[in-house]
Design a protein around this ligand. Structure first.
Ligand code: UD1
Length: 430
């Protein structure tokens, strides 16, 4: 199993290209199930989760052609991929595939909308909480689907003539359930109004792509999304938006190690809140023509309190990385996690590097220390694992991060991007 070995202490200087967003690419790929034409996606990041979803889509009958697989199409190495689903050959998404990645559950929306039925295994994914699917099922039921759970699978059936538009209010904001409801409603009869919808940039990206495919969606990015059903969708060409979590992660790495880095191909509007918080810690952040520049020279790191919230609030996917930064702050900070109930698994590992963190329910109290010292640590989930890399970059001596397959799910060429900026990071394969 691969490990990542980091020798800490170097400031970061240089340019880091930001990849296409994993969390946009996955629903966009799933949208290819809605049409018999070709959906071409540009800037798809080369990640284990993307490869996993390709296998799942292939199982449903999606033909996939990757342009210039081994070529460096662009600085970020992200690829252009063509997805064509002439016919859906299988409406079952099996446990072996779905259990590896929660987002693969989302095929339930398009399968139901196009074929009138879906049998999808209940999901797995990162161990960061119970992550139920009740909101998905309630939303689809509001469109007329009959839902039954049987042997670990959700069996969903649309009424004769297909799903029917309706008004539905989510009792809680969910990114995945909003994606699924939006996709399902594109082919429903009549108009669907989704209230208390998620407002993440990835929702807007999916809506833009679906509209390019002929859907009639308005309001994406606000709390109320309206979808007027159409009878069929066509193909389209769409570019995946930049990864705001990767952007924030590298910004935090620079804020922690010090240095001067340009994050290329990204934009501040995707993560205003997190950048404001980072500025309060003492980093200088400016927009450049091609992206964002992060500088921290000389000053210490100021402690700042953070509460995770749905977009436009501070993202839960940056919470672990921010905690790593706060371990070196000149004082005490409080980090409250409101989205997932079990997203503090990095705390024990950061403690192995010398961090002083105490937990009380959903809140972590982080007392900054003047130095961290390298140690072997274990990656527990995707975002937690990258927080250990950031901490390792700022720690004295050697940190070895075990179980890096978590990192490969979500960070494209991480060690190469960091090495080019002067970090000492290498992958050790066994
Ligand atoms: C997506 C992101 C993930 C991010 C999360 C929150 C992708 C591929 N993943 O995950 O990186 O951390 O948004 O920003 O885009 N919930 C229910 N019932 C449901 C569905 C969700 O109670 O039916 C709860 C979840 O347990 C969680 C909260 O709602 O507590 C938010 O989850 P959700 O927004 O659905 O997260 P994901 O879409 O899984």
């Amino acid at each position: 199993m691969d490990r990542i070995r980091i020798t800490g202490g170097n400031a970061l200087h240089g340019i880091i290209p930001i990849s296409g967003a994993k969390n946009a690419a996955l629903p966009l790929m799933i949208a290819s199930l809605l049409t018999s034409d070709t959906l071409t996606l540009e800037n798809v990041p080369h990640l284990a989760d993307v490869e996993g979803l390709m296998r799942i889509l292939g199982n449903h009958g999606v033909d996939i052609a990757v342009n210039g697989r081994r070529e460096r199409q662009e600085e970020g190495y992200s690829r252009t991929i063509h997805f064509t689903c002439r016919t859906i050959v299988d409406t079952t998404a099996p446990y072996e595939l779905v259990s590896k990645m929660r987002a693969s559950f989302w095929v339930i929306g398009p399968l139901l909308a196009r074929e009138g039925r879906a049998r999808v295994s209940l999901p797995g994914g990162c161990a960061i909480g119970t992550r139920p699917v009740d909101l998905f099922l309630e939303g689809l039921a509001a469109l007329g689907a009959e839902i039954e759970i049987d042997g670990g699978y959700v069996n969903a059936t649309a009424p004769k003539g297909g799903l029917v538009g309706n008004r539905y209010r989510f009792p809680k904001v969910s990114v995945g359930a909003t994606h699924v409801m939006m996709m399902a409603a594109t082919l429903a009869r009549g108009t669907t109004v989704i209230e208390n919808a998620a407002r993440e940039p990835e929702i807007v990206d999916l809506a833009n792509c679906l509209n390019a495919m002929g859907a009639r969606i308005s309001g994406a990015g606000s709390k109320t999304i309206t979808v007027e059903g159409v009878t069929a969708l066509s193909g389209a060409r769409h570019r995946v938006l930049p990864d705001r979590i990767e952007t924030g992660t590298y910004a935090m790495a620079v804020a922690m190690t010090g240095g001067d880095v340009v994050l290329e191909g990204t934009n501040a509007a995707l993560l205003d809140n997190a950048l404001d918080i980072l500025r309060q810690t003492g980093a200088e952040i400016t927009a450049t023509e091609t992206g964002l520049r992060i500088v921290r020279n000389g000053h210490g790191i100021h402690p700042v309190d953070v509460v995770t919230e749905p977009f436009p609030g501070f993202p839960t996917d940056l919470q672990a990385q921010f905690m790593a930064l706060m371990t070196r702050a000149s004082g005490v900070s409080h980090i409250t996690e409101t989205i997932f109930e079990n997203r503090f698994m990095h705390v024990q590992e950061l403690a192995r590097l010398g961090a002083r963190i105490s937990l009380s329910g959903q809140m972590a109290r982080v007392e900054g220390v003047s130095r961290l010292k390298g140690a072997p640590v274990m990656a527990t989930d995707l975002r937690a694992s990258v927080s250990l890399v950031i901490a390792g970059l700022a720690a004295e001596g050697e940190t070895v991060v075990n179980r890096v397959y978590h990192l490969d799910r979500g960070f494209e060429r991480l060690e190469e991007k960091l090495t080019r900026c002067g970090a000492i990071v290498e992958r050790v394969s066994e």
